[in-house]
Write a protein of this length. Structure first.
Length: 259
């Protein structure tokens, strides 16, 4: 049945309030944005989809702020307080978060390519299904964090703390975990490809279904890990290096020390 022009126009007019409400829900508050830029304190602010590209925001306070889908490309957030902030879907490409506090922050689905999070605190943060490439997390605290299904490509995590972290199904390619603490971490089904885990702590980690390929486990501690026998880096013609490596049963293997 065809609608008359008047009827169609009437229905369209009725939709306008709904469209306006939706746009308000999914847009940042201009007053909040100005407050952030002038006072550098904007706790619990609405900054949804705000454009903060290349902004100098070092040491700002954004406790509990809503930064969903915000543009933070190349922003300076060194030492920023982002405890409990919502950064779902935000673009953090090239962002500087050195020493920032992101305790309990939600970074689900973020893009962190080329980001620097050296010494950052991400305790209990959520980074599920995030795209992390060529980022630096050296000396950062990722204890109890959730990186389920994330892509960790060419990531630096030297001496990082990932104790009890969730990494199930993560793609760990060309990553550097040297001297990292992965004790009790869940790496079930993770793809560990050409990565460096030298002298890392993997005590009691869950490794069922994890795949190791051309990785370095020299000096690593696998005591008490749950590991598929066929997926074990010690089986067959494994290309994963094992030298002075503590195996799940506590025995030390030196099978690849001369390789």
């Amino acid at each position: 049945m065809k609608l008359s022009t008047a009827s169609f126009f009437a229905r369209f007019v009725c939709l306008i309030p709904i469209i306006l409400v939706a746009s308000l829900i999914y847009a940042y508050d201009e007053l909040d944005l100005q407050k952030l830029l002038t006072t550098r304190i904007c706790n619990d602010c609405n900054l949804i989809q705000a454009n903060l590209d290349s902004k100098n925001l070092n040491d700002v306070s954004l406790l509990g702020a809503n930064l969903r889908e915000a543009n933070l490309v190349s922003a300076n957030l060194r030492g920023a307080e982002l405890i409990g902030a919502d950064l779902t879907g935000a673009d953090l490409t090239g962002v500087d978060l050195t020493g920032a506090d992101l305790t309990g922050a939600d970074l689900t689905g973020v893009t962190l390519s080329g980001a620097d999070l050296t010494g950052a605190t991400l305790w209990m943060s959520v980074l599920r299904n995030s795209a992390v490439r060529n980022a630096t997390f050296n000396y950062s605290n990722l204890k109890d964090s959730d990186l389920t299904g994330s892509n960790l490509i060419e990531v630096e995590l030297v001496s990082a703390t990932l104790n009890n972290a969730e990494l199930e199904g993560a793609k760990v390619w060309y990553a550097n975990f040297e001297n990292a603490d992965l004790g009790r971490a869940n790496l079930m089904g993770a793809e560990i490809y050409e990565s460096n885990l030298m002298v890392s702590n993997l005590k009691n980690a869950k490794l069922i279904g994890a795949t190791f390929y051309q990785s370095n486990l020299n000096g690593a501690d696998l005591t008490g890990t749950t590991l598929d026998e066929e997926a074990s880096p010690a089986q067959g013609q494994s290309t994963t290096r094992l030298c002075n490596t503590v195996m799940p049963d506590g025995e030390v293997t030196n099978k690849d020390c001369e390789r």
